[in-house]
Design a protein around this ligand. Structure first.
Ligand code: C5P
Length: 306
């Protein structure tokens, strides 16, 4: 008997921040080897899969108009790749309730890919092995495996080879959402331009940073945050410098660009400070809006049906 669910499956998937993003030189395939320390944070998209005649996507949320509803959406590609593996047709309606900033460097598109994969797997009753799901995630994009796994992990290769990391406590964050997105390939391209003629070292994870995560030490983590794409993101979007300064002046322990940006991330000592820093950032006019979140957060999770 099939385990297929006949009505609807909803999966919740987290955003991420890179607490360390060490970027190596461009590889022959155009990608960059990374030492990418991912931390999942409590901003979530929800992907709901329901049976349909053909593959369709809808999206709701403040940034919904910026989300592609065609086959370029990673959620659509996830449904197609999963269906192809099982020799079935990807006839599903995917609805994305979007709360993660779009093109913000927080893996929102990747989250939707991982969410759609889990939702379709459950809807179609496939019970695909975890390793196969992770393979499909890696095929979808460098950050997608982490969206499935959540928590904290070191990503090597182009970021898709994951090793889970222990986290010894909760961290509090504020995210300043910028107007408009930044294209990830453009930011990597700017990194290449800025490092032309420079001997870029092999990317390696910082032992101090891994220790700070393991012990849950916010002050130590604040001192160890690094992002090798930050200079490139600031070069393409110089106004982010004012956002970073506003957050640290307001009491954040540290500030950095999240992934390829333009979202900026602020590590703060507690939930109360997070509210103060978020209010100051919002009032400053140096960002569109600010959101508070905690980490670590769980990876893609099928929600109990209503
Ligand atoms: O893997 P993903 O589709 O998310 O990557 C988007 C783009 O980001 C790639 O086409 C590439 O330009 C850049 N990238 C990179 N090195 C990585 C990951 C992404 O150059 N490790």
């Amino acid at each position: 008997m099939s385990d297929a669910v006949t009505d609807a499956v909803t999966v919740r998937v987290p955003a991420k921040v890179n607490v360390q993003l060490a970027v190596g030189a461009a590889r022959p395939d155009g990608f960059h080897d990374l030492a990418n320390v991912f931390l999942a944070v409590s901003l979530y998209d929800e992907v709901t899969a329901t049976p349909a005649e053909t593959l369709t996507i809808t999206c709701e949320g403040p940034d919904a108009d910026k989300v592609p509803l065609d086959r370029t959406n990673l959620a659509a590609r996830a449904a197609e790749l999963l269906a192809a593996r099982h020799g079935i047709s990807p006839d599903v309606h995917l609805h994305i309730a979007k709360d993660i900033p779009v093109a913000g460097g927080m893996a929102g598109g990747s989250a939707d890919g991982a969410g759609a994969l889990l939702a379709c797997d459950a809807l179609w009753g496939l019970n695909t092995p975890r390793e196969t799901l992770l393979e499909i995630c890696a095929e979808l994009g460098s950050d997608v495996p982490f969206s499935l796994v959540g928590g904290a992990a070191l990503g090597t290769g182009r970021g898709e080879k994951l090793t889970g990391l222990p986290v010894g406590g909760a961290f509090h964050w504020v995210f300043a959402v910028a107007d408009g997105g930044l294209s990830t390939p453009a930011v990597y391209g700017e990194f290449d331009r800025l490092t032309e003629g420079v001997d870029v070292p092999e990317p390696t994870a910082s032992p101090v940073l891994l220790d700070a995560l393991r012990t849950g030490d916010t002050t130590a983590l604040a001192g160890a945050l690094t992002n090798d794409l930050q200079a490139a993101a600031l070069s393409l979007r110089p106004s982010l410098a004012a956002t970073l300064t506003t957050g640290t002046d307001a009491g954040a322990l540290a500030a950095l660009v999240s992934g390829s940006g333009p979202t900026t991330a602020f590590l703060v000592k507690d939930a109360e400070t997070a509210e103060t820093v978020a209010a100051t950032l919002t009032a400053s006019g140096t960002c569109r809006t600010a959101r508070v979140a905690t980490s670590p957060a769980p990876g893609g999770t099928v929600l109990p049906s209503a």
